[in-house]
Ligand binder design. Structure first.
Ligand code: 26V
Length: 755
């Protein structure tokens, strides 16, 4: 039992009702930290180390209260004392340790691993200024340091330190952690975050993310993905990666020995999941430690490591499949470079196919290293894994078919419905009971597709979520969303392959259509959110186009009452928790074959949005589950897209010249419109679309417009729309990350759950 009044007296010498929300927030954070500290860690002979450059964990307070099983009780005690937990939470600062889907997936996985009682920790870095804080100035993104560590104390000091040796100097680390609680469990895991003992925050000015990239011994843990447009930036990434994995490997060996391993049997004590290629150097680092510090033969060290490292691929985009010049590795970690050369030579003895070489023309292919020297390779959705096996990684699949498997991504229901959508949670609890909290099974809801009370309840829950979203947007950016608006959302990193620009072209089409007198049945609010890499110019231009369009429309009294475009500033987990429950339409419009899985698609579905999508990533599986009446699909198939690339057969300009498309693209450079924005950015984006359009937005835009019009029309058949929404919720159980983690454990990790 928790008595918050007593606690308030102890901590502040005041009544709970007299504390400020900020004081309550701090008090609750400390309370959770204490409770978590009391819990024993999940234990077992074999332990998982999930190494990732990113963990996009979001605010922790509510999630922890839910997992401790005291959320309702705390909420009630606060309410009795005149505090609203939602307001209290506003004082919590969201950790900035991730970037996008890859990092959020890692966070959902930690929640599920702990919930299933599996012994497994996340391992990453404690970035002081995170990715960056996005601010819009003159309708453009600017990047500021994200000072998430300020004024809060969420880290537990583990009091451990390791030395990491680079080519010409060495540094010391310091290990912090964040306790990870499982839902309804009396045990915990940890997110272990390594920091640099000699880190110097003053290298970063208050108003920019530029800093001296050469001062490695002081800057290693300042930012996630520091700008890599010059050589010093790229080198810094390699330094960061080696710092991360050297610490991880030292930790793994130390803990295995503490648990009784003689290291010859290390693979029985530890399994490593490497999340994308960033942690790949853990392979040579483990080999280095075993040979150099523990006297193992090279060949034995290799065979041990080969049994304990598994690799997840999260993308087929060439620019994201990391390749480092060998000379970078020789500078950063010469011993690691040497080991990689040995591993490469060994591999070439076995197979000299240049397509699978680890080192080619002096460049190290990190994914190739991970595949040859790991025991498992997985993709993150059925289509993605199929593309890896049949196309992108085919020569590897031919060599090692037994290593490959699919693990379709998932999301934790504790955060993505129980935490962010209390009204829908209550409706589900009242309708199908609470077993789904643990099992994720929502299919019993299928019995209620014609139950008016349940359908009405769903509409009410959506209304409540929309109100919370409206309040959030008003509070944060002063925008007023009409109460009866249809909410159409595209939130994700800004990237050409995700095709935010295609939705922008639709907006132009709709704007012109309304100008022509075709008024929509109700106001349409289109919400974008997402950050663009600071060095990715076209992505910055896309943000600028969206903001400029939004302002243009808001300033046109003939259109503004019917169409609104919002670009949410600093999209993060907290924003997602406000937007996703409110959405009616989930935009998943990537160029087919390019989105490995997507995970927001799952979150939207779970919250009763209907998906408008291409058949890409996990959208394919969503479509199979809900059936064609409950989803809207369009666009060129992934097979055809692959053919177009392979034969260089896509000619953007011929699509641009179609009158219906030219009108939309040229709107961007119409002089009056350009005068309201930055002409250079708009011109560049226009020309890119008209002549290059590498991710083929123009190929699908006509069909997209047609389907979107159908979606809006169908929305007006309210009864049938709500039924679609209900089917989506009912079929979302498949995407619980508990299911995903069970599959990883059964097929790859083989951990024993704590009873
Ligand atoms: C790669 C790079 C390389 C260049 C520097 C910055 C950077 C940042 C991140 C990455 C990794 C890209 C891979 C990624 O984020 N994939 C996403 O993974 C999600 C979880 O599996 C999946 O749902 C998304 O579809 C996929 O895009």
């Amino acid at each position: 039992m928790i008595n918050l009044d007593e606690r308030a007296q102890d901590v502040y010498g005041s009544k709970l009702s007299e504390l400020s929300d900020q004081q309550v927030c701090k008090m609750l954070q400390d309370l959770v930290k204490e409770k978590a500290a009391e819990l024993p860690a999940n234990d077992g002979k074999k332990r998982l180390y999930y190494i990732s450059a990113e963990f996009l964990i979001g605010k922790l307070l509510s999630n922890n209260l839910i997992n401790l099983g005291v959320y309702d009780e705390v909420k009630k005690q606060l309410a009795d004392a005149g505090h609203d937990l939602n307001k209290v939470e506003e004082f919590e600062v969201e950790p900035s340790l991730g970037n996008g889907g890859l990092g959020r997936l890692a966070a959902c996985f930690l929640d599920s691993i702990a919930t299933l009682g599996l012994p497994g920790d996340g391992v990453g870095l404690n970035y002081h200024y995170g990715l960056f804080h996005q601010k819009f100035v003159y309708k453009q993104q600017t990047a500021l340091p994200d000072e998430w560590l300020r004024e809060q104390d969420v880290l537990v000091d583990e009091g451990q330190s390791f030395t990491v040796e680079f080519g010409d100097f060495s540094v010391k680390s310091h290990l912090y952690s964040i306790d990870v609680l499982g839902y309804g469990r009396q045990t915990k895991n940890r997110l272990r975050l390594f920091d640099l003992e000699s880190v110097d925050d003053t290298l970063v000015p208050a108003d920019s993310i530029d800093f001296d990239k050469t001062k490695v011994a002081k800057n290693l843990t300042l930012f996630l993905y520091p700008d890599d447009s010059d050589e010093n930036g790229r080198l810094l990434r390699v330094y960061q990666q080696y710092f991360m994995v050297s610490n991880a490997a030292q930790l793994i060996l130390k803990e295995a020995v503490e648990r009784g391993s003689n290291l010859h049997d290390l693979a029985d004590y530890a399994v490593v999941q490497i999340n994308d290629t960033h942690p790949t150097m853990v392979i040579p680092e483990l080999i280095r430690l075993l040979t150099e510090q523990h006297g193992f033969e090279f060949s034995e060290a290799v065979s041990i490591v080969r049994k304990m490292v598994a690799y997840t691929n999260h993308t087929i985009l060439a620019e994201a499949l990391e390749k480092w010049p060998l000379e970078f590795l020789q500078k950063v970690a010469p011993k690691i470079a040497q080991i990689i050369q040995k591993l490469d030579a060994l591999q070439k003895q076995e197979n000299d196919d240049p397509r699978v070489a680890i080192i080619k023309d002096g460049v190290v292919h990190m994914a190739h290293l991970a595949i040859h020297y790991g025991f498992s390779v997985n993709g993150v959705a059925a289509l993605h894994t199929k593309i890896l096996e049949e196309t992108e990684l085919k020569p590897f699949y031919d060599l090692y078919p037994q290593k490959f498997s699919n693990k379709t991504n998932g999301i934790t229901f504790r955060r993505w419905i129980m935490g962010c959508n209390p009204e829908l949670t209550t409706l589900l609890d009242n309708t199908i009971g609470t077993d789904w909290h643990k099992t994720g099974d929502l299919t019993p809801l299928m019995k209620y597709t014609d139950d008016q009370a349940v359908l009405d309840g769903l509409v009410e829950a959506k209304g409540a979520a929309k109100k919370r979203m409206r309040d959030f947007l008003y509070r944060n950016q002063g925008v007023v969303v009409p109460e009866n608006a249809i909410i159409d959302v595209q939130v994700k990193r800004i990237h050409e392959y995700k095709r935010q620009q295609m939705l922008a072209l639709y907006i132009i089409w709709k704007y012109l259509d309304i100008k022509n007198g075709n008024k929509p049945a109700r106001p349409i609010t289109i919400v974008f959110g997402g950050k663009a890499a600071p060095a990715y110019t076209i992505a910055q231009d896309i943000i600028h186009l969206i903001i400029t369009l939004g302002a243009w429309i808001a300033n046109d009294p003939a259109v503004a009452p019917y169409l609104q475009v919002i670009m949410v500033e600093n999209y993060n987990v907290t924003a997602a928790e406000h937007l996703i429950p409110a959405a009616d339409i989930s935009e998943q419009i990537s160029l087919a074959s390019k989105e490995a899985s997507g995970t927001s698609n799952m979150k939207f579905m779970l919250n009763g949005a209907v998906t408008l999508c291409t058949l890409d990533g996990a959208n394919v599986e969503i479509a199979d589950l809900v059936g064609k009446d409950n989803i809207y699909t369009f666009g060129t198939s992934s097979k055809e897209v692959e053919r177009l690339y392979a034969q260089s057969a896509y000619d953007a300009h011929s699509y641009y010249l179609r009158p219906g498309i030219k009108l939309l693209v040229d709107f961007i450079t119409n002089p009056q419109f350009m005068a309201t924005g930055c002409p250079d950015r708009l011109r560049r984006l226009h020309d890119d679309m008209a002549w290059k359009d590498w991710f083929m937005a123009l190929l699908d835009v006509e069909e997209y417009i047609q389907v979107k019009e159908r979606v809006y029309a169908d929305y007006e058949d309210r009864a049938s729309w709500v039924r679609k929404a209900l089917v989506n919720v009912a079929q979302a159980g498949q995407f619980s990350s508990d299911r995903t983690i069970r599959q990883y454990n059964e097929d790859i990790w083989h951990l024993t759950a704590t009873k």
